[in-house]
Each structure stands twice: as C-alpha cells, then as structure tokens.
Design a protein around this ligand. Structure first.
Ligand SMILES: [Zn+2]
Length: 69
C-alpha cells in the first residue's frame, strides 16, 4: 500500500527513518552504491520528499503501528 511520508527520525545507527501516514516507519538509507538516496542526507532533500508516497509492506502485512497517533 502506498503511504505518504509525514516526517523523519534517525535510528540508533544514525540511519534515516521515514514516518509514514499509516503509522509505520520505513528506513530510507543512503548506502551507495546499493542504495543511492542523496536526498535523505540534507534537510532540504528530506523536506522535498515530505508527502512522497512509499510502498509500505507493513500495511500489506497488517502490522501494528510503529508510533502512536
Ligand atoms: Zn504502513
């Protein structure tokens, strides 16, 4: 299910995690050359991706929310 990004935080290893509107978290790592997401490395890039829809596999699996409303 596609869900828009509503915010971000960083995990204990300083990897960026997107918060999706459904309440699930999704890692958005910049880990070249396998995962190139330069946008996640800058505040401007992250702001620009707010509202962008990501496929949420946790929704498809009916997983509970990762953070409360
Ligand atoms: Zn979800």
């Amino acid at each position: 299910m596609k869900q828009p990004i509503v915010g971000y935080h960083q995990d204990e290893e300083n990897h960026w995690v997107a918060r999706l509107q459904c309440g699930h978290n999704q890692h958005v790592r910049h880990n070249p050359p396998w995962m190139v997401r330069t946008w996640v490395t800058t505040p401007q890039g992250r702001d620009a991706m707010l509202g962008h829809q990501l496929e949420c596999v946790k929704c498809n699996a009916h997983a509970p929310r990762d953070w409360p409303l």
